[in-house]
Design a protein around this ligand. Structure first.
Ligand code: PMP
Length: 369
């Protein structure tokens, strides 16, 4: 088998090759059923078995407590920016911590349904730092507090989720974990609701994972569409309407891949987290070791998943990208809003992919430095 290029896309992003092979092998006939998963009724026993295994594996991987429901929804992260306030705000107050592009979008969307206040804003650091939780202005009667736990464009990550109780707030914490879900464990004791589009670490776009604490169900505004009412979706085991069946199937295979994953003497989520730590450390060390490249994010909140960087001489950008493509290092161009480069190194990116990028960084600098 020839080696595939290393794909650094921020999302939709690379999936484990093993999973893609299995999907291909089962495309025309899923396990002797005579059907592709795409062609099965979501209420038939074949698909129900796929769904139940996916849910159980996900719950086990992330150690999701029994008082949380897992919903397999549609609409992606941006739809959740509306769906969350429709379900949780009760038309009241919502506090948002703005740490970059995605949380800014969340605040703007929530404003359509709730009284939104910005509890803190990292603008003064150009979103290269996360404002310390102790400095957040939290309103005592907020229905919830929203943070984006990994800013995919700005490259910051909460390595520890804020403990709102210790900040004097009883409000549930909502996290947009689109771009780091399943890269590390989640401390559920600090979270009321977590959501994430699947297209980075989980599977194809379209599928959206929602983890919601049961006591937060049943408060949706009357205008909330039924298909987006968490309680309705939870009661119907994510089958109030036709769920994204193929996405759930692929995600289920990714969960099985993760459960078996071994690295550095560890298995499962602990193993993938360790590999993510090692990959990120390798790339940051290479960027920090030279003036030719630059990552601007404060060391304590650098993302393990999305690493934006700049060439000091930006006139070399096109040459850098072309040379990378020639070496099979794909989709390194930074987000259009911030320019530069970005290496997204989600779970499916092997260590060898980051090593190949680091070698290229050094070679390119030698030629152009
Ligand atoms: N939140 C975050 C953190 C994201 O990275 C993205 C997509 N890159 C979104 C929300 C929006 O997701 P979608 O395009 O699935 O609506």
């Amino acid at each position: 088998m020839t080696q595939r290029p290393f794909n650094f896309s921020a999302g939709p992003a690379a999936l484990p090759e093993e999973v893609l092979h299995q999907v291909a092998a089962e495309m025309l006939d899923w396990q002797g059923s005579g059907m592709s998963v795409m062609e099965m009724s979501h209420r038939g026993r074949e698909f129900i078995s796929i769904y139940e295994a996916a849910e159980a594996d996900l719950r086990e991987l992330l150690q999701v407590p029994s008082n949380f429901r897992i919903l397999f929804m549609q609409g992606g992260g941006l739809a959740e920016n509306a769906i969350v306030p429709l379900n949780l705000s009760r038309g009241g107050k919502v506090d948002v911590v703005v740490t970059g592009s995605w949380s800014k979008k969340s605040a703007a969307e929530a404003r359509r349904y709730a009284d939104v206040a910005i509890a803190a804003d990292g603008a003064s650091s150009r979103y290269c730092d996360i404002p310390a939780p102790g400095s957040w202005q939290l309103r005592p009667d907020a229905a919830y507090v929203h943070v984006c736990s990994n800013e995919t464009i700005d490259g910051t990550e909460f390595h520890e989720l804020p403990d709102l109780k210790s900040l004097g707030s009883e409000a549930p914490l909502v996290i947009d974990c689109s771009s780091h879900q399943l890269s590390r464990p989640i401390d559920w004791s600090r979270v009321g609701l977590a959501f994430g589009g699947a297209q980075k670490n989980v599977g194809p776009s379209g599928l959206t994972l929602v983890f919601v604490r049961e006591d937060l169900l049943g408060q949706a505004l009357p205008i909330c569409p039924s298909a987006f009412n968490y309680q309705t979706v939870a009661e119907a085991q994510s089958m109030f309407n036709t769920p994204p069946t193929f996405g759930i199937y692929v995600a289920g295979l990714v969960f099985k891949w993760l459960k078996k994953f071994e690295y550095a003497g560890k298995q499962g989520l602990a193993a993938i987290e360790q590999r993510n730590i090692d990959k990120a450390a390798l790339l940051y060390a290479a960027l920090d070791g030279t003036d030719f490249y630059e990552n601007r994010v404060a060391a304590h909140c650098r993302s393990r998943m999305n690493i934006p960087f700049y060439l000091r001489d930006e006139s070399l950008n096109e040459a850098f990208l072309a040379g990378a493509r020639e070496r099979g290092l794909l989709q390194l161009k930074g987000h259009k809003s911030v320019g530069g480069m970005r290496a997204s190194i989600y779970n499916a990116m092997p260590l060898e992919g980051v090593q190949a990028l680091v070698t290229y960084l050094k070679d390119f600098e030698k030629r152009h430095g």
